[in-house]
Design a binder for this molecule. Structure first.
Ligand SMILES: CC(C)(COP(=O)(O)OP(=O)(O)OC[C@H]1O[C@@H](n2cnc3c(N)ncnc32)[C@H](O[C@H]2O[C@H](COP(=O)(O)OP(=O)(O)OP(=O)(O)O)[C@@H](O)[C@H]2O)[C@@H]1O)[C@@H](O)C(=O)NCCC(=O)NCCS
Ligand SMILES: Nc1ncnc2[nH]cnc12
Length: 307
Protein backbone atom coordinates (compact mmCIF):
# COMPACT_ATOMS: atom_id res chain seq x y z
CA UNK A 1 0.00 0.00 0.00
CA UNK A 2 1.43 3.43 -0.94
CA UNK A 3 2.31 5.95 1.77
CA UNK A 4 -0.60 8.14 0.71
CA UNK A 5 -3.01 5.20 0.74
CA UNK A 6 -1.80 4.24 4.19
CA UNK A 7 -2.13 7.83 5.41
CA UNK A 8 -5.68 8.05 4.09
CA UNK A 9 -6.78 4.74 5.53
CA UNK A 10 -5.25 5.70 8.90
CA UNK A 11 -6.81 9.15 8.80
CA UNK A 12 -10.21 8.02 7.69
CA UNK A 13 -10.29 4.69 9.55
CA UNK A 14 -11.84 3.29 6.42
CA UNK A 15 -10.64 -0.30 5.67
CA UNK A 16 -6.99 -1.04 5.33
CA UNK A 17 -7.25 -2.91 2.07
CA UNK A 18 -5.98 -1.18 -1.08
CA UNK A 19 -9.53 -1.18 -2.39
CA UNK A 20 -10.77 0.96 0.55
CA UNK A 21 -8.21 3.72 0.04
CA UNK A 22 -7.69 3.32 -3.71
CA UNK A 23 -10.54 5.65 -4.76
CA UNK A 24 -9.28 8.35 -2.38
CA UNK A 25 -5.69 7.94 -3.50
CA UNK A 26 -6.56 8.04 -7.17
CA UNK A 27 -8.83 11.05 -6.71
CA UNK A 28 -6.16 12.86 -4.64
CA UNK A 29 -3.63 12.28 -7.39
CA UNK A 30 -6.01 13.21 -10.19
CA UNK A 31 -7.11 16.47 -8.55
CA UNK A 32 -3.61 17.62 -7.60
CA UNK A 33 -2.46 17.01 -11.19
CA UNK A 34 -5.52 18.93 -12.40
CA UNK A 35 -4.59 21.92 -10.22
CA UNK A 36 -1.01 21.81 -11.49
CA UNK A 37 -2.32 21.76 -15.05
CA UNK A 38 -4.74 24.63 -14.28
CA UNK A 39 -1.83 26.80 -13.08
CA UNK A 40 0.12 26.05 -16.29
CA UNK A 41 -2.90 26.53 -18.57
CA UNK A 42 -3.48 29.93 -16.94
CA UNK A 43 0.04 31.28 -17.28
CA UNK A 44 0.33 30.01 -20.89
CA UNK A 45 -3.03 31.49 -21.94
CA UNK A 46 -2.26 34.40 -24.27
CA UNK A 47 -2.93 37.34 -24.57
CA UNK A 48 -3.84 38.26 -20.97
CA UNK A 49 -3.93 42.04 -20.39
CA UNK A 50 -1.29 43.14 -17.84
CA UNK A 51 -0.40 39.56 -16.92
CA UNK A 52 2.49 37.19 -17.53
CA UNK A 53 1.91 35.08 -20.66
CA UNK A 54 3.64 33.90 -23.83
CA UNK A 55 3.40 37.38 -25.41
CA UNK A 56 5.20 39.29 -22.59
CA UNK A 57 5.62 39.55 -18.80
CA UNK A 58 2.72 41.95 -18.43
CA UNK A 59 3.19 44.72 -15.88
CA UNK A 60 5.87 42.73 -14.06
CA UNK A 61 9.62 43.13 -13.99
CA UNK A 62 10.15 40.37 -11.41
CA UNK A 63 8.51 37.36 -13.01
CA UNK A 64 7.96 35.51 -16.29
CA UNK A 65 6.46 32.23 -17.52
CA UNK A 66 9.39 30.24 -16.13
CA UNK A 67 8.85 31.77 -12.68
CA UNK A 68 5.24 30.60 -12.72
CA UNK A 69 6.20 27.14 -14.00
CA UNK A 70 8.76 26.75 -11.21
CA UNK A 71 6.25 28.01 -8.67
CA UNK A 72 3.55 25.61 -9.90
CA UNK A 73 5.95 22.66 -9.65
CA UNK A 74 6.98 23.69 -6.13
CA UNK A 75 3.43 23.94 -4.77
CA UNK A 76 1.82 21.06 -6.71
CA UNK A 77 2.72 18.40 -4.07
CA UNK A 78 0.76 20.35 -1.46
CA UNK A 79 -2.56 19.89 -3.23
CA UNK A 80 -2.70 16.20 -2.34
CA UNK A 81 -2.13 17.31 1.27
CA UNK A 82 -4.99 19.83 1.05
CA UNK A 83 -7.24 17.02 -0.25
CA UNK A 84 -6.04 14.61 2.45
CA UNK A 85 -6.65 17.25 5.12
CA UNK A 86 -10.22 17.60 3.82
CA UNK A 87 -10.71 13.82 4.02
CA UNK A 88 -9.47 13.82 7.61
CA UNK A 89 -11.79 16.72 8.54
CA UNK A 90 -14.92 15.20 6.95
CA UNK A 91 -16.59 14.49 10.28
CA UNK A 92 -15.86 17.98 11.67
CA UNK A 93 -17.93 21.14 11.07
CA UNK A 94 -16.68 22.75 7.84
CA UNK A 95 -15.14 25.85 9.46
CA UNK A 96 -12.99 23.61 11.66
CA UNK A 97 -11.25 22.35 8.49
CA UNK A 98 -9.76 25.81 7.81
CA UNK A 99 -6.95 26.01 10.42
CA UNK A 100 -5.16 22.91 9.07
CA UNK A 101 -5.68 24.09 5.49
CA UNK A 102 -4.15 27.45 6.45
CA UNK A 103 -1.21 25.72 8.13
CA UNK A 104 -0.57 23.76 4.94
CA UNK A 105 -1.14 26.93 2.90
CA UNK A 106 1.56 28.82 4.74
CA UNK A 107 4.04 25.97 4.14
CA UNK A 108 3.06 25.95 0.47
CA UNK A 109 3.56 29.74 0.33
CA UNK A 110 7.07 29.26 1.76
CA UNK A 111 7.79 26.67 -0.95
CA UNK A 112 6.49 29.14 -3.56
CA UNK A 113 8.74 31.93 -2.30
CA UNK A 114 11.76 29.58 -2.26
CA UNK A 115 11.05 28.59 -5.87
CA UNK A 116 10.59 32.19 -7.03
CA UNK A 117 13.29 33.96 -4.97
CA UNK A 118 10.63 35.76 -2.96
CA UNK A 119 8.18 36.72 -5.72
CA UNK A 120 4.45 36.32 -5.08
CA UNK A 121 3.22 34.25 -8.04
CA UNK A 122 0.51 32.03 -6.55
CA UNK A 123 -0.40 33.24 -3.04
CA UNK A 124 -4.01 33.73 -4.01
CA UNK A 125 -4.03 30.55 -6.09
CA UNK A 126 -2.73 28.50 -3.15
CA UNK A 127 -5.55 29.89 -1.06
CA UNK A 128 -8.28 29.26 -3.64
CA UNK A 129 -7.16 25.85 -4.87
CA UNK A 130 -6.22 24.79 -1.33
CA UNK A 131 -9.81 25.43 -0.26
CA UNK A 132 -11.15 23.71 -3.37
CA UNK A 133 -9.10 20.55 -2.75
CA UNK A 134 -9.89 20.56 0.97
CA UNK A 135 -13.57 20.76 0.04
CA UNK A 136 -13.09 17.95 -2.50
CA UNK A 137 -11.57 15.76 0.22
CA UNK A 138 -14.53 16.36 2.50
CA UNK A 139 -17.07 15.55 -0.22
CA UNK A 140 -15.12 12.47 -1.33
CA UNK A 141 -14.98 11.13 2.24
CA UNK A 142 -18.78 11.55 2.37
CA UNK A 143 -19.18 9.68 -0.91
CA UNK A 144 -20.42 12.80 -2.74
CA UNK A 145 -19.72 13.57 -6.41
CA UNK A 146 -17.55 16.63 -7.16
CA UNK A 147 -20.18 18.69 -8.94
CA UNK A 148 -19.31 22.39 -9.26
CA UNK A 149 -22.21 23.69 -7.16
CA UNK A 150 -21.64 21.13 -4.38
CA UNK A 151 -17.87 21.68 -4.37
CA UNK A 152 -18.20 25.48 -4.29
CA UNK A 153 -20.84 25.15 -1.58
CA UNK A 154 -18.37 23.19 0.54
CA UNK A 155 -15.70 25.88 -0.07
CA UNK A 156 -18.18 28.51 1.13
CA UNK A 157 -18.90 26.41 4.24
CA UNK A 158 -15.19 26.08 5.09
CA UNK A 159 -14.55 29.81 4.49
CA UNK A 160 -17.71 30.98 6.28
CA UNK A 161 -16.96 34.12 8.32
CA UNK A 162 -13.37 34.47 7.10
CA UNK A 163 -13.74 38.09 5.99
CA UNK A 164 -15.14 39.22 9.33
CA UNK A 165 -12.63 37.15 11.30
CA UNK A 166 -9.57 38.17 9.26
CA UNK A 167 -10.45 41.74 8.29
CA UNK A 168 -12.99 43.30 10.62
CA UNK A 169 -10.67 43.72 13.62
CA UNK A 170 -10.86 47.52 13.68
CA UNK A 171 -7.73 48.00 15.74
CA UNK A 172 -5.54 45.78 13.56
CA UNK A 173 -3.16 47.52 11.18
CA UNK A 174 -3.33 46.21 7.61
CA UNK A 175 -0.33 44.01 6.84
CA UNK A 176 -1.33 42.99 3.31
CA UNK A 177 -2.77 44.67 0.23
CA UNK A 178 -5.99 42.76 0.71
CA UNK A 179 -6.39 43.89 4.29
CA UNK A 180 -5.64 47.54 3.43
CA UNK A 181 -8.06 47.54 0.48
CA UNK A 182 -10.81 46.01 2.59
CA UNK A 183 -10.41 48.68 5.25
CA UNK A 184 -10.26 51.50 2.69
CA UNK A 185 -12.88 50.36 0.17
CA UNK A 186 -14.72 47.42 1.73
CA UNK A 187 -13.60 45.17 -1.13
CA UNK A 188 -13.41 41.57 0.08
CA UNK A 189 -10.85 40.15 -2.38
CA UNK A 190 -9.84 36.51 -2.36
CA UNK A 191 -11.43 35.87 1.01
CA UNK A 192 -14.78 37.23 -0.16
CA UNK A 193 -14.60 35.18 -3.32
CA UNK A 194 -13.99 32.03 -1.28
CA UNK A 195 -16.71 32.87 1.24
CA UNK A 196 -19.16 33.30 -1.67
CA UNK A 197 -18.34 29.81 -2.95
CA UNK A 198 -16.41 31.21 -5.92
CA UNK A 199 -19.51 33.06 -7.11
CA UNK A 200 -17.54 35.16 -9.63
CA UNK A 201 -16.01 32.01 -11.12
CA UNK A 202 -19.38 30.25 -11.36
CA UNK A 203 -21.59 33.16 -12.45
CA UNK A 204 -19.12 35.03 -14.68
CA UNK A 205 -16.15 32.83 -15.65
CA UNK A 206 -17.87 29.49 -16.21
CA UNK A 207 -20.92 31.19 -17.76
CA UNK A 208 -18.74 32.95 -20.36
CA UNK A 209 -16.70 29.79 -20.97
CA UNK A 210 -19.83 27.71 -21.64
CA UNK A 211 -21.41 30.43 -23.81
CA UNK A 212 -18.30 30.60 -25.99
CA UNK A 213 -18.21 26.80 -26.22
CA UNK A 214 -21.89 26.75 -27.29
CA UNK A 215 -20.86 29.05 -30.17
CA UNK A 216 -18.20 26.60 -31.29
CA UNK A 217 -15.14 28.31 -29.83
CA UNK A 218 -12.11 26.16 -28.98
CA UNK A 219 -10.86 25.86 -25.37
CA UNK A 220 -8.33 28.72 -25.60
CA UNK A 221 -10.93 31.15 -27.00
CA UNK A 222 -13.41 29.98 -24.34
CA UNK A 223 -10.84 30.76 -21.63
CA UNK A 224 -10.11 34.17 -23.16
CA UNK A 225 -13.87 34.83 -23.23
CA UNK A 226 -13.95 33.93 -19.54
CA UNK A 227 -10.98 36.24 -18.92
CA UNK A 228 -12.68 39.18 -20.65
CA UNK A 229 -15.92 38.61 -18.73
CA UNK A 230 -14.04 38.30 -15.42
CA UNK A 231 -12.01 41.45 -16.08
CA UNK A 232 -15.30 43.26 -16.67
CA UNK A 233 -16.72 42.19 -13.31
CA UNK A 234 -14.06 41.10 -10.80
CA UNK A 235 -13.05 43.40 -7.92
CA UNK A 236 -9.35 42.52 -8.21
CA UNK A 237 -7.30 43.74 -5.24
CA UNK A 238 -4.08 43.58 -7.29
CA UNK A 239 -5.49 46.12 -9.72
CA UNK A 240 -6.71 48.33 -6.89
CA UNK A 241 -3.42 48.05 -5.00
CA UNK A 242 -1.59 49.47 -8.01
CA UNK A 243 -4.08 51.89 -9.50
CA UNK A 244 -6.92 52.49 -7.06
CA UNK A 245 -10.64 52.01 -7.82
CA UNK A 246 -10.30 54.15 -10.97
CA UNK A 247 -7.99 51.48 -12.41
CA UNK A 248 -10.72 48.90 -11.94
CA UNK A 249 -13.25 51.14 -13.64
CA UNK A 250 -10.92 51.60 -16.62
CA UNK A 251 -10.27 47.87 -16.98
CA UNK A 252 -13.96 47.02 -16.54
CA UNK A 253 -15.02 49.45 -19.29
CA UNK A 254 -12.44 48.18 -21.76
CA UNK A 255 -13.02 44.52 -20.92
CA UNK A 256 -16.79 44.88 -21.18
CA UNK A 257 -16.40 46.09 -24.77
CA UNK A 258 -14.08 43.20 -25.63
CA UNK A 259 -16.35 40.62 -23.97
CA UNK A 260 -19.23 42.04 -26.01
CA UNK A 261 -17.42 41.25 -29.27
CA UNK A 262 -17.64 37.50 -28.63
CA UNK A 263 -14.66 35.12 -28.64
CA UNK A 264 -14.99 34.32 -32.35
CA UNK A 265 -14.89 37.98 -33.44
CA UNK A 266 -12.12 38.73 -35.95
CA UNK A 267 -10.66 41.52 -33.75
CA UNK A 268 -11.11 39.76 -30.38
CA UNK A 269 -7.41 38.89 -30.00
CA UNK A 270 -6.21 42.26 -31.32
CA UNK A 271 -8.39 44.08 -28.78
CA UNK A 272 -7.01 41.96 -25.94
CA UNK A 273 -3.46 42.71 -27.16
CA UNK A 274 -4.24 46.43 -27.24
CA UNK A 275 -5.58 46.28 -23.67
CA UNK A 276 -2.44 44.34 -22.69
CA UNK A 277 -0.29 47.18 -24.04
CA UNK A 278 -2.48 49.77 -22.27
CA UNK A 279 -2.27 48.02 -18.88
CA UNK A 280 1.49 47.58 -19.18
CA UNK A 281 1.79 51.31 -19.94
CA UNK A 282 -0.24 51.98 -16.79
CA UNK A 283 1.64 49.36 -14.71
CA UNK A 284 -1.62 47.54 -13.95
CA UNK A 285 -1.88 43.78 -13.40
CA UNK A 286 -5.10 41.87 -12.51
CA UNK A 287 -3.40 38.95 -10.77
CA UNK A 288 -6.51 37.92 -8.87
CA UNK A 289 -8.48 37.64 -12.10
CA UNK A 290 -5.80 35.36 -13.48
CA UNK A 291 -6.47 33.00 -10.59
CA UNK A 292 -10.18 33.03 -11.41
CA UNK A 293 -9.33 32.00 -14.99
CA UNK A 294 -7.38 29.05 -13.61
CA UNK A 295 -10.31 28.11 -11.38
CA UNK A 296 -12.69 28.40 -14.37
CA UNK A 297 -10.57 25.94 -16.35
CA UNK A 298 -10.32 23.61 -13.31
CA UNK A 299 -14.10 23.42 -12.79
CA UNK A 300 -14.83 23.13 -16.52
CA UNK A 301 -12.38 20.22 -16.83
CA UNK A 302 -13.70 18.60 -13.64
CA UNK A 303 -17.26 18.78 -15.02
CA UNK A 304 -16.20 17.10 -18.25
CA UNK A 305 -14.33 14.38 -16.32
CA UNK A 306 -17.39 13.42 -14.31
CA UNK A 307 -15.30 12.96 -11.13
C1 LIG B 1 -6.51 35.21 2.08
C2 LIG B 1 -5.17 35.31 1.43
C3 LIG B 1 -5.36 35.41 -0.07
C4 LIG B 1 -4.44 36.52 2.03
O1 LIG B 1 -3.99 37.44 1.11
P1 LIG B 1 -4.30 39.04 1.22
O2 LIG B 1 -4.60 39.46 2.61
O3 LIG B 1 -3.20 39.74 0.52
O4 LIG B 1 -5.66 39.14 0.44
P2 LIG B 1 -6.00 39.63 -1.05
O5 LIG B 1 -5.15 40.77 -1.49
O6 LIG B 1 -7.47 39.79 -1.10
O7 LIG B 1 -5.59 38.40 -1.99
C5 LIG B 1 -4.26 38.05 -2.15
C6 LIG B 1 -4.19 37.41 -3.50
O8 LIG B 1 -5.42 36.81 -3.90
C7 LIG B 1 -5.65 37.06 -5.31
N1 LIG B 1 -6.83 37.93 -5.50
C8 LIG B 1 -6.91 39.25 -5.50
N2 LIG B 1 -8.17 39.70 -5.72
C9 LIG B 1 -8.90 38.57 -5.88
C10 LIG B 1 -10.30 38.35 -6.12
N3 LIG B 1 -11.17 39.37 -6.24
N4 LIG B 1 -10.71 37.07 -6.23
C11 LIG B 1 -9.82 36.06 -6.09
N5 LIG B 1 -8.47 36.19 -5.85
C12 LIG B 1 -8.05 37.46 -5.75
C13 LIG B 1 -4.35 37.68 -5.81
O9 LIG B 1 -3.47 36.57 -6.07
C14 LIG B 1 -2.91 36.47 -7.40
O10 LIG B 1 -2.13 37.61 -7.71
C15 LIG B 1 -0.80 37.47 -7.14
C16 LIG B 1 0.20 37.79 -8.21
O11 LIG B 1 -0.10 39.07 -8.72
P3 LIG B 1 0.84 40.29 -8.32
O12 LIG B 1 0.22 41.54 -8.89
O13 LIG B 1 2.25 39.98 -8.67
O14 LIG B 1 0.68 40.33 -6.74
P4 LIG B 1 1.67 41.11 -5.76
O15 LIG B 1 3.05 40.56 -5.91
O16 LIG B 1 1.04 41.04 -4.42
O17 LIG B 1 1.60 42.62 -6.27
P5 LIG B 1 2.79 43.54 -6.81
O18 LIG B 1 3.73 43.76 -5.64
O19 LIG B 1 3.47 42.79 -7.96
O20 LIG B 1 2.12 44.81 -7.24
C17 LIG B 1 -0.70 36.01 -6.74
O21 LIG B 1 -0.82 35.91 -5.35
C18 LIG B 1 -1.88 35.38 -7.42
O22 LIG B 1 -2.31 34.22 -6.77
C19 LIG B 1 -3.91 38.43 -4.60
O23 LIG B 1 -2.52 38.74 -4.64
C20 LIG B 1 -4.41 34.04 1.64
O24 LIG B 1 -3.22 34.14 0.88
C21 LIG B 1 -4.04 33.68 3.07
O25 LIG B 1 -4.73 33.94 4.02
N6 LIG B 1 -2.88 33.07 3.12
C22 LIG B 1 -2.41 32.51 4.38
C23 LIG B 1 -2.28 30.95 4.27
C24 LIG B 1 -3.50 30.35 3.71
O26 LIG B 1 -4.58 30.60 4.18
N7 LIG B 1 -3.33 29.53 2.64
C25 LIG B 1 -4.25 28.60 2.02
C26 LIG B 1 -5.50 28.29 2.71
S1 LIG B 1 -6.40 26.99 1.93
N1 LIG C 1 -0.22 35.08 -15.36
C1 LIG C 1 -0.13 35.90 -14.28
N2 LIG C 1 0.48 37.10 -14.38
C2 LIG C 1 0.56 37.93 -13.29
N3 LIG C 1 0.04 37.64 -12.10
C3 LIG C 1 -0.57 36.45 -11.98
N4 LIG C 1 -1.16 35.86 -10.92
C4 LIG C 1 -1.61 34.68 -11.32
N5 LIG C 1 -1.34 34.44 -12.61
C5 LIG C 1 -0.68 35.54 -13.05
Amino acid sequence: MSLLAREISVLTGRGTGQTAAAPLVSRAGYLSQLVHEALLVEVHLTPKPGLVDLRNNGAHSDMNVATFEASAAAIAPFFEQFFLSGVASADMPATEALPELRRLGLIAEAAMFRATDGVNTHKGAIFAFGLALGAAGRLTAKGAALETVALCGEVAAIAAGIVARDLDGANRTATTAGEYIYRRYGIRGARGEAESGFATVREIGLAAFRAARSHGAGEERCLLAALAALLAQNADTNLIARGGPEATEYVRREAEAIAGLGANASDFIARLEALDDALIARNLSPGGTADLVGLTWFFARLESSGA
